[in-house]
Write a protein that binds this ligand. Sequence first.
Ligand SMILES: [Zn+2]
Length: 403
Amino acid sequence: MECRACHAPIIKFFSLGQMPLVNLFLNKEEIINEKRFDLSVGFCHRCYLVQLINAVAPEKLFSDYIYFSSTSKFFLEHCKETAEQLTKKLKLNSKSLVLEIASNDGAQLQFFKNLGIEVLGIDPAKNIAEVANKKGIPTISEFFNYKFAKRLKEDKNIQADLIFGANVLAHVPEIVDFVKGIKIILKPNGTAVFEFPYLKGLLEKKFDTIYHEHVFYYSLIALKNLFKKANLEIYDVEITPMQGGSLKIFVSHPNNFRISANVKNLINKEIQDGFDKIETFKKMNEDVLNLKNELTLLLKKLKSEGKKIAAYSAPAKGNILLNYFNINENYLDFIVDKSEAKQGLCTPGTHLLVHPPKKINQDKPDYLLILCWNIADEIIKQLEDYHNAGGKFIIPIPDIKIV
Ligand SMILES: [Zn+2]
């Protein structure tokens, strides 16, 4: 296998084996035909890009996507703050155009629109683009690539002051083609902002960000090389709490902005921490195995004491944890998720029927395993009554905690 950015060979350092597509929830009849695909991660010695060894075709993953971003309150607050921050930092006004790639149901763009800024969304999932358009967020249902960007610019004369993409940079296998598309539709003084899970998480036992949708696990040193291929420059970077630890990068045409100290400092830190060496990443094998042993031992012990355990929410990452740790009806009495689109369907690989959260009040489990551990605080606050009545929470990642 060769690097998707620079074509040097990539070397495998971690594998989850054969895994189901973790956003593909199933009817009972579909279970028998469920497919599994290899899920292994490798490292490129030449450009430092960490990536999947085998990718699944995006058409299989995103054409009828079930995830609606507007379901999390924490996420919506983050979107609002992002719109306010970027409008101020980039001095956007009523003449500006904000273009979002993988805009989902318009959760982010609505906050720019509320600030009086023109918006345009692009999202490959037809069902979700429809929802966005109905909400008044103009959205084109397409995969973003160089060809599409060229069409936008040449046929419709569209160039953006801000191109925004949250959790898209990690999803696109043809990544060099993608960044060349960004180059075309970015106005001469425009900025492209991307936010995505930071590679560092893999070294902090957050292995459950590895799933088929995430082709890339980015460090800043790898991104610098990547954007250079399209003659673009990263001029600022922030570390954010999204997804349990994300990077937000600011990209422009070269020499437009002063390169901030944040960029230089983080690059130095990554080199110091060995992000340019495969040995650094090999260490995650032992850490993840230890976590698996510790969590399954705990669940086994609780079961032997007759405790009732349920899982709270079924995000992609949660399904990776359940499948890789082999946690299914052997330990879990049931699973709940707020998303109505998931309720009544079975979880990928583990085939647990997804119930609405009200089942927690009805069945009163002793423990709730929080699979969306990155927003555990929010969940615990929401389930205050359950907690006050003696219910306990298990937070599995990065270190197992019972509260
Ligand atoms: Zn490479």
